[in-house]
Design a protein around this ligand. Structure first.
Ligand SMILES: [Zn+2]
Ligand SMILES: [Zn+2]
Ligand SMILES: [Zn+2]
Length: 222
C-alpha cells in the first residue's frame, strides 16, 4: 500500500511539472497566434486539427499537408503550421515526415519558441521498452535474439571453435575466419534492432500531442 502511494505521488508530481511546462509553452503559442491571423485559415486549421485528433490516420495528415501547401509562403502562421504538421505525422507514426517538419521549423524560424515542443522534456518520456539503451548508437533500439545463430553466438554447427573437419584434418573455418563466432551478431547472441514501441528512444507521446492539439484548438476558437 505504501509503495502504491509512493508511486502515485511520483506520478502526480511528475505530471504537475509537465503541466506547468506545457502551460508556459501554450502561452507562447497563443502569443504567436495573436500576431498573425488570417481568419479563414484559422477555421480551416481548426477543422483539420480536430479531424487528426479524432482520427490520427495517415491520409488525414497527408490531406493536411496538401492544404498547408496552399498557404502563402510569407504567412507567419506557417510557424505554427509546421509544428502542427510535425505532430500530425508523429500521431500517425510517420517518422520521416515528423522529422522533415521539425527541421523545416528549425530552419525557417531558428528562434521560434515553438521549438520547445521538440525538447523531449516537454513532449516525451523515455520509451519504457528500450530505456536501458542510452548511448547514441543504441538509443531507440532493442536487443533481439540473433536468428542466424539462434542465440548461441556460435558460427555454423559444423564449425567447432573456428575449425571444420576436413578429409584428414581440421581446417580453419572460412566463414568465421577461425574465430568460431557468429558473424551476424559477432558472438553476442543478440542483435540490435529498431524498438517496436518508439522511433527515437522516446515514447510516441500521443497523449501529450493530443493535449497540445486540444490547447491549440482552444486557441483557434478564441
Ligand atoms: Zn523504444
Ligand atoms: Zn566458423
Ligand atoms: Zn548470431
Amino acid at each position: 500500500m505504501l509503495r502504491y502511494r509512493l508511486s502515485l505521488l511520483v506520478i502526480l508530481l511528475g505530471s504537475q511539472v509537465l503541466a506547468q511546462d506545457n502551460a508556459e509553452f501554450f502561452k507562447s503559442v497563443s502569443e504567436l497566434r495573436k500576431k498573425t491571423e488570417p481568419k479563414n485559415l484559422t477555421k480551416l486549421l481548426l477543422n483539420i486539427t480536430n479531424r487528426i485528433l479524432t482520427k490520427p490516420e495517415l491520409k488525414n495528415a497527408e490531406h493536411f499537408e496538401l492544404i498547408s501547401k496552399r498557404i502563402p509562403s510569407k504567412s507567419a502562421f506557417r510557424e505554427v503550421l509546421y509544428l502542427q504538421l510535425a505532430f500530425s505525422f508523429k500521431l500517425c507514426s510517420k517518422k520521416a515526415k515528423y522529422i522533415e517538419y521539425q527541421e523545416l521549423l528549425k530552419k525557417s524560424y531558428p528562434n521560434s519558441s515553438l521549438l520547445k515542443a521538440f525538447d523531449k522534456k516537454y513532449f516525451g518520456k523515455r520509451c519504457p521498452t528500450c530505456k536501458k539503451n542510452n548511448t547514441p548508437e543504441t538509443i531507440g533500439k532493442i536487443e533481439a535474439k540473433c536468428m542466424k545463430c539462434l542465440g548461441t553466438g556460435k558460427c555454423a554447427r559444423r564449425c567447432k571453435n573456428g575449425k571444420i573437419q576436413g578429409h584428414s584434418k581440421m581446417l580453419k573455418c572460412t566463414t568465421c575466419n577461425g574465430l568460431g563466432k557468429c558473424k551476424n551478431c559477432d558472438g553476442k547472441k543478440v542483435i540490435l534492432q529498431n524498438c517496436v514501441n518508439c522511433t527515437d528512444g522516446y515514447s510516441v507521446t500521443k497523449k501529450t500531442i493530443k493535449a497540445f492539439y486540444k490547447e491549440i484548438t482552444k486557441e483557434l476558437k478564441e
